[in-house]
Design a protein around this ligand. Structure first.
Ligand SMILES: [Zn+2]
Length: 259
């Protein structure tokens, strides 16, 4: 049974302060607090507009020029998402994780979010398991490029390094997680003795596997979420509230213990 409440916040801070190798796993809840709509649930893009096709990657490969034309001129839910992404700013939850990193406590952040907000907040050891919406990735050599490094005069654009097919770095439905990121996520989860799970119920594979892997080896999980999730029963501590409120308090308590 997970500990909750004020004592749990103190105990979770103890746990982080004594951890040998703490990491974090974050998801949509953190982005929602920065004004980015979720995909599912109340106010979700797909709740409003209907579920997208589940074979996005296959469709991209079938006609990459058309997929790129759609992406460069997004309509409907994709336009709504782009507008939200371009105006979103990191929130206190993102910044608290950076503070934990600067304190030497947090070794890496695995995120399911594609919005670049962890990096913009200053995260330096970031693993974006579903990619980054501001980047473009080569399906040939896995190199990633900022958008302005790519020539879109002819669609689909080609890799400046290997002439491979370029795609948004965001992982599509049916697309394998890029192996470089996935391997590092498994390595981090295998090393961690403490994991903050913030703003995610981590029900989607492969992210779902990381908290299980940590708990299985006796590591402690700290859940930061306004509501109980499928993971709660696995967690040593359940800190209830928005990440933007809970994480700064947690980071403050950890800093006090290390000071
Ligand atoms: Zn390439």
């Amino acid at each position: 049974m997970a500990d909750e409440g004020l004592d749990a916040l103190e105990a979770a801070a103890d746990c982080l302060a004594r951890a040998r190798y703490a990491i974090a796993l974050t998801g949509a809840g953190l982005s929602v607090e920065s004004g980015i709509p979720p995909f599912r649930g109340p106010g979700g893009l797909w709740t409003k507009h209907g579920e997208p096709p589940m074979n996005g990657f296959e469709r991209f490969l079938a006609d990459p020029a058309k997929a790129w034309a759609d992406r460069l001129n997004p309509q409907g839910p994709m336009r709504e998402l782009w507008v939200a992404l371009s105006s979103a700013e990191p929130n206190p939850g993102h910044r608290a994780l950076v503070r934990l990193e600067e304190l030497g406590v947090l070794q890496s952040v695995i995120t399911q979010n594609v919005d670049d907000l962890h990096r913009r907040a200053g995260a330096s050891r970031l693993l974006e398991i579903h990619g980054n919406a501001t980047l473009i990735r080569c399906l040939g050599c896995i190199a990633r490029f900022p958008r302005d490094a790519i020539d879109f005069a002819v669609l689909p654009p080609r890799c400046p390094q290997c002439d491979g097919l370029l795609k948004s770095d965001t992982v599509s439905f049916g697309e394998p997680i890029p192996p470089d990121v996935l391997e590092r996520c498994f390595e981090e989860a295998a090393r961690a003795d403490c994991m903050i799970v913030a703003g995610t119920s981590a029900t989607v594979y492969p992210a779902a596997q990381f908290p299980f892997s940590v708990a299985e080896r006796g590591g402690e999980l700290i859940e930061v979420n306004p509501y109980p999730s499928d993971l709660t029963s696995l967690c040593r501590f359940a800190l209830r509230g928005p990440a933007g409120e809970v994480l700064p308090r947690l980071a403050e308590l950890v800093a006090a213990r290390l000071g």
